[in-house]
Structure formats: C-alpha cells, structure tokens
Write a protein that binds this ligand. Structure first.
Ligand code: TXE
Length: 503
C-alpha cells in the first residue's frame, strides 16, 4: 500500500501536494475520536449547534478565493464553477442553520384511534456519519452532507476522492480555525480501501456519491452491517426538446448542461432527444454556441471550459466517439483531445445519433452531447425512460401544461422544465435518483431528519386506572367488550370519514 497520495493538477501536471493513504487503524481511530466528540455535541440544543455551525458561513466567505484557487488547480474547472461550489456550501449552511430548529422540532402525531394516548416523534442524532465523496464536485458534495450531519447533532468523517483530497483538507483547516471542535468533522484520505475501512469502522450511516459499481459495493457493505446508506450514483439525463421549444433558450441550456465542468456532472445533459421539427435549427444553434466556448487554463483566465479532472475520462470519451462514428453518427464539432501538457478535451457535439451507440446508453461523464431526432413526445419519453439510470431529466416546451405532463412521466429523481442544472443548488429540495442512480436523498428537510433516528414517544394523556381492561387476565367478557367497542369505533370512523368526503 502506498503511504501517500500524490496530487497533481490536471491543468499542467504540477504537483499540488500529498495526502496520507490511511489504513484501517487510522480510520478506526478517527471514528473513535469523532464518537467521543459527538456525545457532548449531540446533547446541545439544535439552536446552539446551528449557531456554531453557522460559523462556516463567515469562514468560507473570508477564504472564498483561497478555496476557489485550490479547487481550480485540483480539478481543472473554471473559476465561476469553483465559486459556485463555495457559495453552495455557504447557502446550504445558511438554510440548514436557520431552519434546523423548525425541521428537527418534535412532531406531534394525532392518533386516529387510541385517543387516550399522546404520541410525538423526536429526532435523535445517530452518532458518526461517514461520507464518501467523488472528484467532480469535491467541495460542495461532501460539505453539503457535513453541514446536515453536524446540525442534526452528529459527528462526521469524510473520505474524499483519492484524486482530489486537498480541497477538503483545506476546508477542514478553515473550519478548525473558525472554532468548530476539530474531532467533530474529520477527513480520512486514501483510495477505495480507506472508504471500505470507513464503512467498517462503526459509523451509523453512510452517504456515498460515486460510480454505480462502487455504489453497489458500498450498499452491500452497509447491508452487511445493517447501517442505512444514501447512494448517489450518476445519471444519464435526457433533455427532451419539444416541437414548440424556444430554440435559443434550449440550445443555450444544452450547451451549459452538457459542458459545465466539462460534462463531469451526474446531472449533465447526457443525451438530447429533439423533435424532428426543431432538430435542424437546434443542432445548428447548439453547434454555433459550442464553437464559441473558450477553453483553456482556468487559473488565470475566466474561461468557459477547463481541464478534465480524471485523465481516464478522456479515454472513455474517445471510446464513445469511436463507437458512435462506427454506428453512423457525425461529429458536428469537437471530437478530440487538445494537445498540451494537461488533460483537455474539446466540447463535442454528435448528431444523427441512434440507440445502438454507447454514447446514448452509458454515462459519458465528459464533454460530449449526443443529439438524436425523435418523431414525437411519446417516442422521446420511451427513449428517456429506457435507461438503467434515473437521476435528472430536462423538458423544454413553451407550453407548461404539456411540459408538466411529460415531467410527470419521466423516470427521474429531479425533472427541470426549461432550465438545467440549477435545481441541485436548492438545499431545501431533495436530490437523488431512482433505478441504478441509487436511493435515498441528500438536501431537503427530509434529508436533515434522516440524519437522525426517529424516536416515537407515547404516553397516556390522563391518569388511567391501575388495570387496563385490554390487558391480563383475558376472559370472555373482556373479549366481547373489546370486540363491541372496536367494531363500534371502527364503524363510526368509517361513517365520519364518508361524511367528511361528502363535505
Ligand atoms: O468513482 P468511484 P470513480 C461516475 C463516472 C465515473 C465513474 C467512476 O461515470 O467514470 O463513476 O468514477 C470511493 N468502498 N461518477 O472511479 O470509484 C472512492 O475512493 C468504499 C459519478 O471516481 O465510485 C471515491 O472516494 N469507498 C459520480 C468515491 O468512492 C469506495 C461522481 C467515488 O469513487 C469504494 C464520480 C468501495 N468499494 C464519478 N469504491 C456522481 N454521482 O456524480 C470506491 N470508493
């Protein structure tokens, strides 16, 4: 086992730093420290925890450009996109710290039948949450879960991607300096083995974002240990361009959705299904806009596209293009690597695409947008849903009734109408997928509650007689009494229910 990870910038191969390759013992020790720090933390009121976690906001705003510069160097993404990662963390922190007391307040349950009992649910911190995160959005993805975990009263241990560990180590340094108890949020660095060790180290829940195959292994490991997990495993987002779509808006959305972060987003536009009546004009405009994109070194320039973070993705992109060409596609623009020291790949538009091409079926995770002509919306929907993935989908139409009807039938965790990508930036809305895109949700009030165990507390409302007639000793009299009361009450409920329906 290597004793460290060497991190190089994908922009030009510059050595950026190192991080230790942590082993089982290191991870177990980190989780133990986290567990000790969690106990007093979990006993604080939600308001007190929120007040302390809110320090992240000022700390990140104070260090925003330091974070942006490191993110750009480590991932190769443009400065604007790096800034949006920093701002997402600030905004998620703002939302959850402001609303946590409401979201995590005890919830009273009106029992429909056992009126002598009172029920309510309290939200009890789980303990230590393990977060395993990827390289494409290496700050916002893990930090969103870190904030939720902490506000909910847990400690959190994050295993960042082995390709991009430095940005999270920087975030931790900033948060430690801002006064968050250092053992409460820890970072364990290393490859998949370190991730596996984290699942095995006694955490109470795992939030995993990554590929489908890694997700399957993580899901199986969590099942073995009977701990819940959230799996966010990538997507194959279709963009359905209806016959009445606004060509300019749709074309701009395709280019932004396809080439932000060089297509290395699980919510990227991964296939365009364009109605035959708009296909020629849309292709034309998309190609023009794609050719206008400025690609280059993102460190000093405000370019639109930077480098590919993970060099392997360029080989995957090339294989998709070869396969598409062999099946009759046309490269309308782009199609190859950019020569130079870094890993850059031209933004690529493939036209005349068909379903026998890998690019229409498998996750690309790179700067390629395949466009396919469809006869009508039913065909578009059938193709959109004929996928093993179901994370995001996009529908473009001027007719909102029509667009909403399509949105209701697309198999995806999030559907955006006449817009792309931005829904991810709403911390109050659930994010996650169906099918092989995984299960569970991050973000949203429900996700914050899901960082806790629901504890149901139940007690009599009134002073009861010593002997409950429903308990021992059983007899014919208690049986018939119980039966009579139960039947009468149930009939009355049904009768009241019907009356309520009529009113
Ligand atoms: O992800 P992995 P990779 C897709 C994209 C890409 C493919 C593979 O298509 O080509 O996934 O990417 C840790 N137990 N996405 O190889 O391997 C790993 O160390 C515990 C979609 O980067 O899944 C890293 O920290 N941990 C995606 C994290 O999991 C394990 C983002 C992700 O690594 C583990 C990235 C195991 N068995 C790639 N196996 C998205 N949803 O946005 C891996 N890890």
């Amino acid at each position: 086992m290597n004793d460290h990870l060497l991190v190089r910038s994908p922009i030009d191969g510059t050595r950026l730093g190192e991080a230790p390759q942590m082993n089982d013992g290191d991870v177990r020790a980190a989780v133990e420290r986290a567990r000790r720090a969690q106990r007093p933390w979990g006993e604080l009121s939600v308001a007190a925890r929120a007040e302390r976690v809110a320090r992240v906001i000022d700390a990140f705003l104070e260090h925003d450009e330091e974070l942006v510069d490191l993110l750009v160097s480590e991932t190769g993404k443009p400065k604007n996109e790096a800034l949006s990662e920093v701002l997402f963390v600030v905004d998620a922190c703002h939302y959850f710290t402001r609303h946590a007391a409401r979201i995590l307040a005890d919830q009273s349950i009106e029992l429909h039948h056992m009126k002598w009992l009172r029920s309510y649910v309290t939200h009890v911190p789980m303990g230590v949450i393990g977060v395993i995160s990827p390289w494409n959005v290496p700050l916002a993805i893990p930090m969103g879960s870190v904030i939720e975990a902490l506000v909910a009263g847990n400690a959190v241990v994050v295993k960042p991607s082995e390709l991009t560990p430095l940005i999270l180590l920087k975030a931790k340094e900033i948060l430690d300096a801002a006064g968050l108890p250092p053992d409460l949020f820890q970072v364990v660095t290393g490859d998949a083995r370190t991730g596996a060790a984290l699942i095995d180290a006694g955490v109470q829940k795992v939030i995993f974002t990554g590929g489908v195959s890694g997700g399957r292994r993580v899901g199986a490991a969590c099942a073995e240990r009977l701990i819940p997990c959230v799996l966010e495993l990538g997507g194959k987002a279709p963009l359905i361009a209806c016959s009445d779509c606004d060509i300019e808006r749709t074309a701009r959305a395709i280019v932004a959705g396809g080439f932000s972060n060089s297509g290395q987003l699980c919510i990227s536009v991964e296939r365009v299904l364009a109605h035959e009546s708009v296909y020629p004009a849309l292709v034309d405009r998309v190609v023009t806009l794609t050719r206008e994109l400025r690609q280059g070194d993102p460190r000093s320039n405000y370019v639109d596209m930077g480098a590919i973070t993970f060099a392997k993705q360029t080989e995957i992109a090339e294989a998709h293009i070869r396969n598409a060409l062999a099946h009759g596609a046309t490269v309308a623009t782009g199609g190859k690597r950019v020569a130079g020291p870094g890993t850059f790949f031209e933004p690529t538009i493939l036209t005349e695409c068909t379903l026998d091409m890998s690019v229409m079926r498998e996750e690309i995770f790179g700067p390629i947008v395949p466009i396919m002509k469809v006869r009508d919306e039913d065909e578009a929907l059938r193709i959109a849903n004929d996928s093993h993935l179901g994370l995001n989908a996009y529908v473009f139409s001027r007719d909102m009734t029509r667009a909403r009807a399509i949105a209701a039938r697309v198999e995806a965790g999030t559907v955006m109408i006449n817009e792309v990508l931005f829904a991810y930036g709403a911390p109050e809305a659930p994010f996650g997928g169906i099918k092989d895109s995984g299960y569970g949700r991050v973000h949203s009030d429900d996700s914050l509650r899901a960082m806790c165990h629901a504890r149901h507390i139940n007690h009599p409302r009134i002073q009861l007689p010593e002997r409950n007639p429903l308990m021992f000793p059983y007899s014919a009299a208690t049986y018939h009494g119980f039966r009579t009361v139960f039947r009468a009450a149930f009939k009355r409920h049904r009768w009241l229910g019907r009356l309520a329906d009529l009113l």
